[in-house]
Design a binder for this molecule. Structure first.
Ligand SMILES: [Zn+2]
Length: 342
């Protein structure tokens, strides 16, 4: 997909800015031949990085980047600090366990109730039409409604930042979407996508059927950004049958490249274009299932797997079952935001 010149120039300028402290990566930008396609991925900080650390999130281990005390993964996703634990928590609780042990966000958790997202824009955020235009795009294409906050406790706060970043799903309380001056309306649509529960498209559980991740071309220490969300232990459902290269949540083919060579290629070795102008038709198909008209709960079909609140569960006879190698299949029930053994 072609980009308007202004958007193209912006992405090239951003890439250069982002990499200005690393000569080898600046060189990479000059080597790129497909100047008319979006090559990158949103970054929480264009000019900062930090050590890779390990912790536990949603009950499973995770590698994340600690940038001045902020926990970042996949480049632009913020993990709330109070959801990061030093050791694993239980995914399924026994009766009597503390439900506070399990707290989740994701495509199947952390949704905004009643299809309503409350938000506030920091008065010092430049170019606020990026936000209002991105919201208008969401509202005209989905069942979600964005309402300027008065006193609601759960809301998105759009504020200036060192890059473009967001948490995934409704976290609870104020959650920031950070927008550097270089973040476009399209980048803002992408970050809102995270905030309403979308992961990156290339982290689909089945992405290896569609793409090859070229780990030899990925910058040292950034490999963890290319795991599927299931490999990382995150929750998530696939609402469309195939990976959508046109998704606004898809990484560019050269994201986190150390040498100008693609980090993501199609399975046949060819490249692809990504876009940051609008939600794709497949994006809209998935979002319509996450946030159906009227805000109804999703209908679960017997005989199918789902990931709900971080747990991969099987629907059978209108009940849920969870498999572990030690216990085999056990019935589980979901109540008050946590899974319990029945
Ligand atoms: Zn992102």
């Amino acid at each position: 997909m072609k980009f308007k010149n202004s958007a193209l120039m912006l992405s090239v300028a951003l890439a250069t800015f982002a990499c200005s402290k690393d000569d080898s990566v600046v060189e990479q930008e000059t080597l790129q031949t497909e100047k008319e396609t979006f090559q990158g991925a949103e970054r929480a900080y264009f000019d900062q990085s930090g050590p890779i650390q390990k912790g536990s999130y949603l009950g499973l281990p995770i590698s994340y980047e600690n940038v001045n005390g902020e926990y970042i993964f996949e480049g632009d996703i913020i993990i709330p600090q109070d959801m990061m634990h030093s050791k694993d928590t239980k995914l399924v609780l026994e009766n009597g366990d503390d439900p506070e042990l399990v707290k989740s966000v994701g495509r199947t958790g952390g949704r905004w109730p009643n299809n309503t997202v409350y938000y506030q824009i920091a008065s010092n955020l430049p170019n606020q039409s990026r936000v209002t235009n991105a919201i208008a795009s969401w509202e005209s294409n989905t069942n979600l409604r964005f309402v300027a906050r008065t006193n609601q406790s759960n809301y998105i706060y759009f504020q200036p930042g060192g890059g473009c970043s967001s948490s995934v799903g409704m976290v609870g309380g104020r959650q920031n979407i950070n927008l550097a001056s270089g973040c476009s309306t399209g980048n803002t649509i992408h970050e809102i996508g995270h905030a309403v529960g979308l992961w990156h498209e290339q982290s689909r559980v089945d992405r290896d059927q569609y793409v090859t991740i070229n780990f030899n071309n990925i910058q040292a220490g950034k490999e963890h950004n290319f795991q599927t969300y299931v490999q990382r232990g995150r929750d998530g459902d696939e609402y469309t049958s195939t990976l959508d290269f046109g998704s606004i949540m898809m990484y560019g083919p050269n994201s986190f490249s150390k040498n100008g060579q693609p980090t993501i290629t199609k399975k046949d070795g060819s490249s692809y274009s990504v876009q940051r102008t609008a939600l794709s038709s497949d994006d809209l198909q998935g979002i319509a299932q996450m946030y159906p008209n009227g805000g109804d709960e999703p209908t679960y079909v017997n005989g199918q797997y789902y990931t709900v609140n971080g747990l991969r569960v099987y629907r059978y006879n209108d009940k849920w079952y969870y498999y572990t190698s030690s216990n085999g299949w056990r019935e589980v029930v979901y109540r008050n935001g946590a899974w319990y053994y029945a």
